[in-house]
Design a protein around this ligand. Sequence first.
Ligand SMILES: Cc1cc2nc3c(=O)[nH]c(=O)nc-3n(C[C@H](O)[C@H](O)[C@H](O)COP(=O)(O)OP(=O)(O)OC[C@H]3O[C@@H](n4cnc5c(N)ncnc54)[C@H](O)[C@@H]3O)c2cc1C
Length: 200
Amino acid sequence: MLADPARSAAEKQTALEAWVREYLALTTYEISCPALRDPTLAPAGKTGVIVSTLMDYRLVKAIAEAGWYPAFKALCEEQMMVVLENSIFPGLTEQVEQRFSSTPLTIERLTGNSDGAITGWAFRDEATAGKLPAVNQFRKIAKTIETPLLHIYQAGQWTFSPSGLPVSILTGKLAADGVIKRLAKQGRADQSGDDSGGRR
Ligand SMILES: Cc1cc2nc3c(=O)[nH]c(=O)nc-3n(C[C@H](O)[C@H](O)[C@H](O)COP(=O)(O)OP(=O)(O)OC[C@H]3O[C@@H](n4cnc5c(N)ncnc54)[C@H](O)[C@@H]3O)c2cc1C
C-alpha cells in the first residue's frame, strides 16, 4: 500500500492510521509499574506505567519518511490509552498527567540496535539469517568474548544473537573470567621468568 503510486499521501496516511488503530486494539501489551517495587521512583500518591507492544521498524521508518511521525506517536499513545481504558484500566485517561512514547526509531537512535530492535541485532529475514556479525549458536557462546585485538574482550547485547539481559550478563561473566584467567597465566609466566607466556 505504501508503495502504491495510485494512492495520494493523504490516502495512505488515513489508511495506515486506521490499520494502526486496529492493530493496537487487537495486539497484546506488556505492562509494568516500577514504582510498585521501588516507591522512590514516583512522587507520593503517584505512579508510572510502562506499556509496551511490538511494532514493525519498517512501518515506523516509512511513516517518519512520509513526514507524520509525531502524529503517529500521538495516535499510538491515545489509542493505547483507549484500549486500556476500555479493558483493564477504567479511568486511566483522566489520571494521566504526563506521557511520552518511544518507537523502534528511538531505540535505533539511542542504542544503535539494528532496526530498532530491543536488544542487539534484529531478527532478520532468511536472506540475512546467519550473516550477523555475532556468534549465534549457543554451544559457541564462549567465543563471543574474543576480539581481533590483543588483551581486549567484549561482552553484551551485540556479541551474541539472539541476546537479552541474560546473555549480556553471561557474556560479561565470560569476559571477566577470561581476564582473570589471562592475568593469572601472565602472573605465573612472570614468576617463572618466561615473559612470552600468558600474554595472548
Ligand atoms: C524496552 C525494552 C525491553 C526489554 N525487555 C527485555 C526483557 O524482557 N528481557 C531481556 O532479556 N531483555 C530485554 N531487553 C534487552 C536488554 O535490556 C538488553 O539486551 C541489555 O540491557 C543489554 O545490556 P548491555 O550491557 O549489552 O547494553 P546496555 O544496557 O545498552 O549498556 C551499554 C551501556 O554503555 C553505555 N555507553 C554507550 N556508549 C558509550 C560510550 N561511548 N562510552 C561509555 N559508555 C557508553 C550506555 O550508556 C549503557 O549504559 C529490553 C530492552 C528494551 C529497550
